[in-house]
Design a protein around this ligand. Structure first.
Ligand code: PLP
Length: 372
């Protein structure tokens, strides 16, 4: 099997699980307990928090462990918007992940927020001038993803955050697909909040964290014992925090890895476009994540291509796994202006840290075989 669906999830790194095991077995204490086992668990949790904070160049007190990207985005968006009521105006884009779209929808429906949706061009780009124009004196929060999970476009986050700050609004980025591939130094990016997920980077599903600047108030989603600096109540998942910090430590130097995968990806795109006449790359050719490659295949059926590829041992997907079960065309491609029929032909290949050139050569051969 050749696994090319790494944007959906990744295998857990052995080191991450091994590091987690003692905190599930011998050292199983509750980090809030005052006895020896509890103190040890507390120490492990805080050391993990420090390692995660170091990865993002943040302070430990700015890292809240969560169950993943969805919870992190919800906490950042809803938590910041409700606790910092400059006004009730939000800005985002329709190409965001459902985690962001649905959190914004909740604020609109239940709390009377008004939303401005930034337009995107046919390749998914946001024009920073459109953000400047949409910002108002009552804008509370802007949420724009670092890199798109279906077409791989990378948005100029530092520039967008700077524009946002000119009116004093806050900036959150969903960095679920960016971590491990792009520079996630929050100081360079100049952002107020960043959410990410463990299971995209070799940590278990159900792990993740969100960075939210310490000086901002956050209205929690979960109410209870006040753990995680009053930002997320509930007994902390020490083992998954340890696994997450270990997985982040294992991420190779992002720049070198980005270059390696970029080379593989360029060849893969060229090969597919040359050998499959109806294939068209979705999203831009530049400013894109190297590991996420979406194509449309005009006149064919995306689901059939996936099945044919799977029969030949190639695992990939039609787009966001998080909208699984739905046979609606991708909301991202629709936002880019694609005809729904063409959007139905989409196939996404997402490479991982273990993908090799030989894997991709086999995938191209299987694709040619599947569509001819
Ligand atoms: N944001 C993006 C861009 C994603 O790709 C995903 C998952 O695919 C999420 C958020 C949700 O993350 P999680 O599965 O950890 O809840």
């Amino acid at each position: 099997m050749i696994y090319l669906d790494n944007a959906a999830t990744t295998p857990v790194r052995r080191e991450a699980l091994e590091a987690a095991w003692p905190w599930l077995s011998s050292d199983f204490g509750n980090p809030s307990s005052k006895h020896e086992l509890g103190l040890r668990a507390h120490d492990a949790l805080e050391k993990s928090r420090e390692r995660v904070a170091k990865f993002f160049n943040a302070r430990s007190s700015e890292i809240t462990f969560t169950s993943g990207g969805t919870e992190g985005a919800n906490l950042a968006i809803i938590g910041l918007a409700l606790a910092n009521p400059r006004g009730k105006h939000l800005i985002s884009a329709k190409t965001e992940h459902e985690a962001v779209l649905a959190a914004i929808d909740f604020l609109e429906r239940q709390h009377g927020f008004e939303v401005s949706w930034l337009p995107v061009d046919g390749e998914g780009r946001i024009n920073p001038a459109d953000l400047s124009e949409s910002l108002r004196a009552d804008s509370t929060l802007v949420s724009l993803m670092y890199a798109n999970n279906e077409i791989g476009i990378v948005h100029p986050i530092a520039e967008l955050a700077e524009i946002t700050h000119q009116v004093g609004a806050l900036f959150h980025t969903d960095a679920v697909q960016a971590v491990g591939w792009l520079d996630c130094n929050i100081k360079t990016l100049g952002i107020d909040a960043l959410s990410f997920s463990g299971h995209k980077v070799g940590a278990p599903k159900g792990s993740g964290a969100v960075f939210i600047k310490a000086r901002f108030a956050v209205e929690p989603l979960l109410h209870g014992g006040g753990q995680e600096f009053e930002r997320r109540s509930g007994t902390e998942n020490v083992a998954w925090a340890v696994a997450l910090s270990t997985a982040l430590d294992l991420l190779e130097n992002s720049t070198a890895e980005f270059k390696r995968v970029e080379k593989l990806s360029k060849k893969f795109i060229d090969d597919v476009l040359t050998k499959v006449p109806m294939a068209k790359l979705s999203g831009p050719t530049h400013n894109r994540l190297a590991n996420i490659i979406g194509f449309t295949f005009a006149g064919l059926n995306g689901e059939t291509i996936l099945l044919e590829l799977e029969r030949r041992g190639i695992i990939c997907s039609s787009g966001s796994a998080c909208a699984a079960g739905s046979d609606e065309p991708s909301h991202v491609l629709i936002a880019l202006g694609y005809d729904p029929d063409l959007a139905q032909t989409a196939v996404r290949f997402s490479l991982g840290h273990f993908t090799t050139e030989a894997d991709l050569d086999q995938a191209v051969a299987a694709l040619v075989d599947s569509v001819t």
